[in-house]
Design a protein around this ligand. Sequence first.
Ligand code: B12
Length: 213
Amino acid sequence: MAHDLKEKLKEALLDLNNDATLDYVQQFLAADEMTAKQAVDSIAEALEIVGRRFQEGDWFLGELVYAGTIAKEAMDVLTPALTADDARANCGTVVVGTIEGDMHDLGKSIFINYARSAGFDVIDLGVDVPAETFLEAVNEHEPLAVGMCCLLTPAAGGVGRVVELITERDLRARTKIIIGGAAMTQAFADEIGADAYAPDAVTGTDIIRGWVG
Ligand code: B12
């Protein structure tokens, strides 16, 4: 049953069938043995395939945009269930945003949901966030960590700029920096001097949990 529903949700999104996708999401939420996190995993798997189809020229921009819109709607329905156990003790503040020039927000939202359900207070700066805005948020909220999301290679320079700004202001002792998203790698994190790279939201949440000590 669990496996079936995961596959059906994935296929509905890959068929660009909005109604069926949302219907399967509701079935996830209604089924006792399923969790919202499993539905999110299915959506992420489908989007990985969407990206490949787009990259290989099998799908065009219209399909990419439509798949993104359906996924966003599905995520909006799933979000309250993902953050349902937020009431736990606050483990610390994390500032998160997608870097300037980049509008992708699905992966960022998933990371935020995981971090919130692990007990972190997350300040979401949104998408297309300039380096200076990250710095202002670090000064204002004194977070344990800053998380940057970047899926577009041309926008990656901005991530390095945030690391530079935070380092120049001597804020690295109290604030660590973690990066994620399809354009990020461990090698890039090493190059720009970020504290960590996470290939997925669960790993990212584990890493910041490790920083709490
Ligand atoms: C959906 C999508 C869109 C949607 C976005 C909808 C939205 N609201 O986010 C739309 C249609 C708007 C879009 C637009 C574009 N896109 Co797009 N898009 C994608 C696609 C298919 C999926 C991205 C996604 O949501 N994946 C699912 C999530 C769950 O995965 P994720 O983001 O990687 O996040 C996971 C981890 O990385 C991690 N994570 C993510 N962020 C963070 C942050 C932190 C701090 C941590 C710890 C972890 C973490 O946790 C998440 C869950 O585990 C990708 C393909 C791909 N393989 O990534 C292309 C892709 C990213 N897009 C691409 C392109 C080119 C574009 C456009 C330029 C297309 C165009 N010509 O207009 C525009 C750019 C607009 C802009 N300025 O940003 C390219 C980028 C190529 C590159 N390397 O630069 C990709 C790779 C497609 C491709 N293969 O060519 N896109």
